[in-house]
Design a protein around this ligand. Sequence first.
Ligand code: FMN
Length: 179
Amino acid sequence: MAQDVYADDVRMEQAEARALFLEAMSRVAAPVGIVVTDGPAGRYGITVSSVASVSADPPMVLACINQRSPIAGPLAANRLYTVNMLSPAQAEMAERFAGRDGRYPAYDFGCGAWHAGELGEICLEDAIATLTCTPEQVVQAGTHVIVIGRVLRTVVRDDSALLYCRREFCRPVGLSASA
Ligand SMILES: Cc1cc2nc3c(=O)[nH]c(=O)nc-3n(C[C@H](O)[C@H](O)[C@H](O)COP(=O)(O)O)c2cc1C
């Protein structure tokens, strides 16, 4: 009995620590993108806020993908994917590729305009940056895999970034604009 109370306390502490961690991370403003892959293992896309630059020489980026997401396996197996960074006008696309609440059909590529890149990769029209990658390392980390991709091709467009902060989509505002 005493042991059960102790186990309950530990579980409670772990739940509180987890909630606090999520709360802390909700305050980290992050750019939003859609990672897309197509090939023999299938066509998938997923909204991510975990994209980060790893290296410029050679150019490499990472994205953290939940191992339970259907895209996790195909991303490595197809050997080619794009990281499409979004603008505020594309927030609804981010919602759709986040598959939340089953509100939208899964992998609804019809909700945006796509074209094939020089390497046959799928690129989102009007993304503020599209990075075409081949996976170089896949590192298991907790519930996720860190997919580190070598960037083979980069396309940029001049527009503002879509951010996610405090559980909502927002846009960056320069400090001089709010003075
Ligand atoms: C703003 C935002 C950022 C997200 N970032 C990530 C991420 O970096 N990695 C991830 O695995 N899931 C992330 N998700 C969750 C996935 O988009 C979502 O769980 C997934 O698309 C669900 O569909 P699935 O059933 O195909 O996995 C994010 C969701 C939102 C709304």
